[in-house]
Design a protein around this ligand. Sequence first.
Ligand SMILES: Nc1ncnc2c1ncn2[C@@H]1O[C@H](COP(=O)(O)OP(=O)(O)OP(=O)(O)O)[C@@H](O)[C@H]1O
Length: 368
Amino acid sequence: MSSQTLSAGPAAETENGQEAVVRLTDVRRHFGDTPAIDGVSLTVRKGEILGLIGRSGAGKSTLIRCLNGLERPDSGSIEIEGREITGLSEPELQPLRRRIGMIFQHFNLLSAKTVEENVALPLKIEGWSREKRLARAAELLELVGLTGKAKSYPAALSGGQKQRVGIARALAAGPALLLSDEATSALDPETTASILELLKDINARLGLTILLITHEMEVIRTIADRVAVIDAGLIVEEGPVWSVFADPQTATTQNLLAGVRPGLPQTVAARLVRGPGGTKAGETGAGETILGVDLSGPEAGTLLSGLSVELSGGFRLIHGGVDDIQGQPVARFFIGVPSADGAAAQAIAYLERRGAKVEVFGHVAGHA
Ligand SMILES: Nc1ncnc2c1ncn2[C@@H]1O[C@H](COP(=O)(O)OP(=O)(O)OP(=O)(O)O)[C@@H](O)[C@H]1O
């Protein structure tokens, strides 16, 4: 399939040299006292995968509904490919809505129609001939790896296959944006990985812009270029995925990351005593000071080996290591350093010299 057939259509607006497919500026939508969206500004740049993550009730669905014109914001501006949509009438909204292809958690396929008819449906609405529609559907089914399933009905497909049909259908009319609304939330981990791989592949091959709504950081980590974190109707943090993973700035982001970032093991945390330890008479040599260490960038890969050279008395790696996020080494680990003889202070000084962020959790008696 040529990228031409799935091109983004009219040129997106350019501002500061950056092309925006979607731009929200200070968008608000309150329901009575509930500020579902409370002043959101967000840009989806052409060709990127932007992940929008938030807990249940954070405002994701309201934001999607504002984007596709199903909900009108109380105030603020929403531009799609440079066109303001907030004041448009329903008939005026229709063609703009078709610039956004959507995939859903429960696929939303028509069970009485075959796979190819489902995929071709948006083209029927556009007035394409049956012959052209089916040719296009065949092309899209090949793109999503479902050649041979054209005549099947959705009931005969697995969840992953259904979502592939959903993706093909969403791409049929050559949208400017693919909006993925929890599209992998109903799938098992293996199928999730294959669907995310497909989306990443389509993004890379066709330059398709994707806005990915999820509550799972693992999904963001796997395919997004940038991430925006929404909480109580506000974007509380935004940035490249590796940088947000390496140094989350808000408690909301830290909580969302808890499952996918190394943390201090409970067994160690339960035995912690405040302070570095080994400072009182009789305590010397009796325990370990527990440090948490964060560093991202090229230096991260050699931090542990450097520390073992620096500390003649050695140290113990309790948990964590170096991860690769978007090609960036991101180190996060927890170590136990002998509390005696100033070793902890020496370790902290060395790690900070290398640019790492060091947190002293406390000390434990004996080995953690
Ligand atoms: N039509 C409505 N009337 C009243 N309150 C609403 C309405 N729609 C949403 N809300 C409220 O606005 C807030 C944001 O809801 P929203 O559905 O946008 O969150 P969400 O992030 O999509 O959550 P979830 O992941 O559970 O779908 C919630 O407090 C919700 O109860």
